[in-house]
Design a protein around this ligand. Structure first.
Ligand SMILES: [Zn+2]
Length: 416
């Protein structure tokens, strides 16, 4: 009961209704497929009508068939930010900023309902991993996932969330994080996959660091979870690793269920589709402050509408092949997603990798913790599969972005 009150209080202070929404979603995720599909269609039509009536760029659109609506991405919004705004929206507007994987910041207006979904979906994802409301959770992240204002600090206190910084993670910092995990009896460790992986590598070498921990699950978010990272995290903490995905501007939030066969998209909030190029696009029903329709997430994914063993009828993302701009494109124009490189390293014992490429060179950096590594076979495979003028595989430190995230593939002006 106290927990419920705490979560209600957060909503009151934040101007959201995430807690109520979370309870609604907990029920609606188990509705029948027919019911889920018909409600989704109903919401989709309502949203399209609202957009046509209230946003300059959609004026005159009279079709409620989504396929006939134009596709959009960050650049479309940047070219005419006012055009996508609901000029008649009277609710509270939240100004949201994302860093964007290319580093160029992106700003947009979000509604109270969309903001409420943001947290409701996170509670829901934790719940699928076994979390019960109010249990202690640790956030391992950079500034993008939490901020340090007094208000946020208060929210975290009320939610029983402990922020752990993913920035500058040396052994001392990780040791502190581990101590906190144990001392605070953390149930769910939630964070960026690369940061979780770094922590897991430390724990694998110092298993006593998390002796007697209370974790029930680790949940990775914001970045692709490589198979190597997943295996190491699982081995380090001895609990299951769940994946969570969110593209807030597209209205898409998805989480891995107990069945572990993909990530269910919170289907009350959006409609998701995969275009001919494999891009995941979202139509957000919740953001009625500005409209995001058939909006490109920049992620390459596969969707399934087949029923899931867990009983949830919401469609699933069954595969991520990485960020669309995380593709390596060789001299012949052939494209290779991040997953290609994950596969290269399977069974090699390598702890992590990062691919740098430019017009004519490709260089793979790997981390094998100084252990000898035979790269000839991998180099041969690369030469067989892709055409570049120079190929190299070296052990070297990775490039990390200012926000603490680490990308697997980076297109450089010039690879050194
Ligand atoms: Zn499921």
């Amino acid at each position: 009961m106290i927990n419920y009150l705490r979560f209600r209080l957060i909503d009151l202070l934040r101007g959201t209704r995430s807690f109520r929404l979370y309870r609604e979603l907990s029920v609606s995720q188990f509705k029948s497929q027919a019911e889920v599909a018909s409600e989704n269609n109903f919401r989709k039509i309502a949203l399209l009508k609202l957009a046509a009536a209230n946003a300059a760029v959609f004026q005159g659109m009279d079709s409620t068939d989504l396929v006939s609506w134009p596709k959009m991405d960050k650049d479309t919004v940047r070219s005419d930010p006012q055009g996508f705004i609901n000029k008649n929206y009277r609710g509270r507007r939240f100004l949201k900023k994302t860093s964007g994987s290319t580093g160029a910041p992106f700003q947009f207006e979000s509604s109270e309902l969309a903001q409420s979904y943001l947290w409701a979906c996170i509670y829901l994802a934790w719940s699928a991993a076994g979390y019960r409301l109010g249990q202690p959770v640790a956030f391992l992240a950079g500034a993008a996932l939490f901020s340090n204002t007094w208000k946020h600090k208060l929210f975290y206190r009320l939610m029983n969330v402990y922020p752990l910084s993913a920035m500058g993670m040396n052994d001392d910092a990780i040791k502190d994080h581990c101590e906190k995990l144990v001392r605070k009896k953390i149930k769910v460790l939630y964070g960026y996959s690369t940061a979780l992986h770094t922590m897991a590598q430390y724990v694998l070498q110092n298993p006593k660091a998390v002796n007697d921990h209370s974790l029930i699950a680790v949940m990775s978010t914001s970045e692709n979870l490589s198979m190597i990272a997943k295996r190491d995290i699982q081995n380090a903490f001895g609990v299951r690793v769940f994946n969570q995905y969110g593209c807030n501007d597209a209205g898409i939030s998805a989480f891995e269920c107990e069945a572990g066969e993909g990530l269910h998209i919170v289907w009350d909030r959006c409609f998701a589709e995969i275009d001919a190029d494999g891009h995941l696009r979202g139509t957000d029903f919740a953001n009625v402050a500005s409209f995001f329709i058939r909006y490109d997430t920049g992620d390459l994914a596969t969707l399934s509408h087949e029923p899931c063993k867990c009983g949830r009828a919401w469609p699933r993302i069954t595969e991520f092949s990485g960020r669309a701009n995380d593709l390596v494109i060789d001299l012949a124009g052939k494209k290779f997603p991040g997953a290609y490189f994950s596969n290269l390293f399977i069974g090699s014992g390598v702890k992590g990798f990062q691919v740098h490429f430019d017009e004519c060179r490709i260089k793979i950096l790997f981390d094998n913790q100084g252990q000898p590594f035979e790269a000839t076979r991998l180099l041969d495979r690369l030469k067989r599969d892709m055409s570049f003028e120079h190929y190299s595989i070296v052990e070297a430190p990775f490039v990390v972005q200012a926000n603490g995230k680490r990308r697997y593939v980076i297109k450089m002006e010039a690879v050194e």
